[in-house]
Design a protein around this ligand. Structure first.
Ligand code: CO
Length: 175
């Protein structure tokens, strides 16, 4: 029997039970999707706090053969960042530009290492609304500009299992 006929035959054989099953799966799937509205679509970046940005860039250059694709000073946060692209995500190397920067406080308290995780979301406002709607603490009450033209908001690590989470909405025109 040609493959097409075989497939058609299988479909016909399944036909009687297909509708209720598809209906059930469809319903469960719709609920699942509804539950994920505003949820992460990708890992945007892993941020690593370092004392010496140039030394960290050099480490990634010589050890992994990668270069920053973007560098930016974010005055409001008191940080210099270098973004290294890995697949569709970034490693974000961060160093403070002043002593009262949150990253400076982090380095003083905990030393170098992973600082936060950025989840890419379709809408930062929607994702933040969900977090607040669930009664969880946030650092940013409303979305604000991030680097690369992104819109971001931070979720407080207390209530997020010890992880500082950044919700990242990409610019509508990617840079
Ligand atoms: Co970040």
């Amino acid at each position: 029997m040609p493959r097409e006929n075989c497939a058609a035959g299988s479909e016909a054989a399944l036909g009687r039970n297909r509708r209720p099953l598809a209906h059930f799966i469809g319903g469960a799937f719709d609920d699942h999707v509804a539950g994920l509205q505003g949820g992460p679509s990708d890992l945007d970046h892993v941020a690593i706090a370092v004392h010496d940005l140039e030394a960290a860039i050099e480490y990634y250059r010589t050890t992994f053969g990668v270069e920053p694709v973007h560098r930016e000073r974010i005055e409001k946060d008191g940080v210099d960042e270098a973004l290294i692209k890995v697949a569709d995500s970034y490693i974000q190397l961060l160093t403070p530009t002043r002593d009262d920067s949150p990253v400076a406080k982090f380095l003083a308290a905990k030393g170098e290492g992973m600082h936060h995780v950025g989840y890419r979301v379709e809408s930062c406002a929607d994702a933040l609304g969900r977090v607040k709607g669930e009664g969880h603490r946030v650092i940013d009450e409303v979305p604000r500009p991030g680097s690369r033209g992104t819109t971001v908001a931070f979720v407080h690590p207390k209530g997020a299992f010890g992880t500082l989470i950044e919700l990242v909405e990409e610019p509508s025109t990617p840079h």
